[in-house]
Design a protein around this ligand. Structure first.
Ligand code: NAP
Length: 482
């Protein structure tokens, strides 16, 4: 009776956790509700952890001697993980978020791999289905762990160049096949179906060595510019691995959380690949991320500098301005100053809109988050498809620390590594101002022909310093008029 009641309670708490995960995720789909979505999903996580503790408290007699030790270990792990994540989460700069996501994602994959290892080494898994699912979860989790760590190293600048050698794809295929073959041996030998060359434990070590190696080899050749898509793929992998191990442990909250993460990661991967006009296979198996060299002489004209004050006054007397934020805005922490400047333009009855490219910055949604943080109303923020036609009828496009996402080479230059990527049509505005520090290239390492167009002027300087000057210039006009 007690067992039935406890099972009912655990099932109910798991169901609550699943509902909170999905409801939280739904709320995360809009910047207006994203913060509450994160809190709701966090509550779901607390519910899932509570269900796991309830499960530990109600284990059968056989496991009871270890119960207190397991609970102690679980609390210790929660404290170390929770406090570490809380500290890092508070300290991390917004520009370093992709690295943090990569590391956390890797840890999720590692956790799934660790569950598989415990199950396999302890010979706890019974039956062919459970064994196959355990091994599959371990394979995907281990690939996600080592691949995410390489992605972190690339994003953090620890690894600066893609590592490519001849025959690399063949070597990768061999390691992958070896991983699958060893997985097959583990399943067969655990079922007692084959005689063994080595003890099963040795095969398990070989299996994890191969899968971890595959994650490293698969990620090393991919260039830095493709890392967001790669992290998103690993995110999907981690979710899938966690879901599979949830099945092995018969833990519904783990299964649902894993599948939700896996599906969200897969959708994000597809959306990002589409935004870059690439297929997922193209991201994984071609060399887009290599820093491309600008073709000498391919671009005519010169960059034309202008003063921040002149650009600001021109915008003050324009009737419409579209602002394109990019990575440089985040790097300069200039979002507050930008909104201060925008409020001055709005007071002067200028129509102002923000245009967001899906891969602007260094992680999906980074620009939305920055603008939300500065207090920019959501109805001023437009995504690429909703605003691109407006540039042609706009007086001024103000580009702040953006480069690749407004590079017309994506439309015209077939040899460009970003050819085919949808871009914001900033070049079609009557006047374009670009705030950047100097001649720095965009993330893909190519020269931007927009900066050389007759309707474009460069406002050189750190975005925050330039915006301070712009604010002073517009305020100065008001003071002079009074
Ligand atoms: P971008 O192409 O990387 O260009 C950023 C520009 O900002 C640079 O040209 C730089 O020029 C300027 N800049 C840097 N610091 C600045 C500062 N303090 N003040 C003013 N300007 C500054 O950026 P983007 O147009 O946003 O494009 C994003 C690129 O990153 C795409 O290629 C995308 O594929 C890739 N990517 C995207 C993600 C994602 O998920 N969103 C993740 C990783 C990579 P100066 O040095 O001359 O100042």
């Amino acid at each position: 009776m007690l067992t039935q009641v406890s099972q009912l309670v655990i099932g109910g708490v798991d169901l609550c956790a699943a509902f909170l995960f999905m409801f939280g995720l739904k709320r995360m789909s809009s910047p207006a509700t994203a913060l509450s979505g994160i809190r709701v999903a966090g509550l779901g996580m607390i519910a899932a952890v509570a269900a796991s503790f309830l499960y530990l408290l109600t284990v059968g007699d056989a496991a009871r001697p270890h119960m207190m030790m397991n609970i102690g270990l679980a609390i210790g792990a929660l404290l170390i993980g929770g406090l570490g994540a809380w500290y890092v989460g508070r300290k991390v700069a917004l520009t370093a978020m992709p690295q943090m996501v990569a590391i956390y994602n890797g840890m999720g994959g590692g956790a799934a791999g660790a569950i598989a290892a415990v199950e396999l080494f302890g010979s706890r898994t019974q039956g062919i289905t459970q064994l196959v699912v355990t091994v599959l979860g371990g394979l995907i989790g281990a690939i996600s762990l080592s691949g995410s760590l390489v992605a972190w190293a690339k994003l953090d600048g620890v690894l600066t160049k893609p590592f490519r050698v001849k025959g690399q794809q063949f070597a990768n295929a061999v390691v992958m096949m070896a991983s699958i073959a060893v997985a097959g041996v583990i399943v067969a030998s655990s079922m007692g179906a084959v005689g063994q060359l080595f003890a099963t434990a040795t095969w398990i070590w070989i299996f994890f060595a191969c899968t971890l190696l595959f994650g490293v080899l698969m990620t090393l050749p991919i260039g830095g510019a493709d890392m967001p898509v790669v992290i998103s793929i690993y995110n999907a992998f981690t979710g899938l691995a966690v879901g599979l191990e949830g099945f092995v442990l018969q833990n519904p909250a783990l299964m649902i959380a894993g599948m939700v993460v896996g599906a969200a990661g897969l959708l994000l991967t597809v959306i990002m690949a589409k935004a870059m006009n690439r297929s997922i296979a193209n991201v994984l198996f071609t060399n887009f991320g290599t820093l491309a060299k600008a073709k000498p002489g391919a671009i005519q004209g010169t960059e034309k500098p202008t003063e921040a004050s002149d650009a600001a006054i021109k915008m003050r007397y324009a009737s419409s301005v579209i602002i394109v934020p990019g990575y440089g805005l985040a790097a300069a922490h200039a979002q507050q100053k930008l909104y201060e400047f925008v409020k001055l333009l709005l007071t002067a009855k200028v129509s102002v809109k923000f245009a967001i490219h899906p891969v602007a910055g260094r992680m999906p949604g980074q620009m939305d988050v920055l603008l939300a943080e500065a207090g920019v109303p959501y109805d001023m923020i437009f995504q690429l498809d909703d605003i691109n036609d407006d540039f042609a009828t706009t007086d001024v496009a103000l580009i702040i620390g953006a480069n690749d996402v407004v590079n017309p080479a994506a439309r015209t230059d077939k040899s460009s590594p970003i050819f085919g990527m949808p871009i914001l049509n900033a070049d079609q505005a009557k006047q374009v101002f670009v705030i950047k520090r100097g001649q720095g290239k965009g993330y893909s390492g190519i020269v931007n022909s927009l900066f050389y167009l007759p309707n474009c002027n460069m406002v050189y300087g750190d975005a925050q310093a330039v915006l301070v000057k712009m604010i002073e210039a517009v305020r100065g006009l008001g003071a002079a008029a009074a």
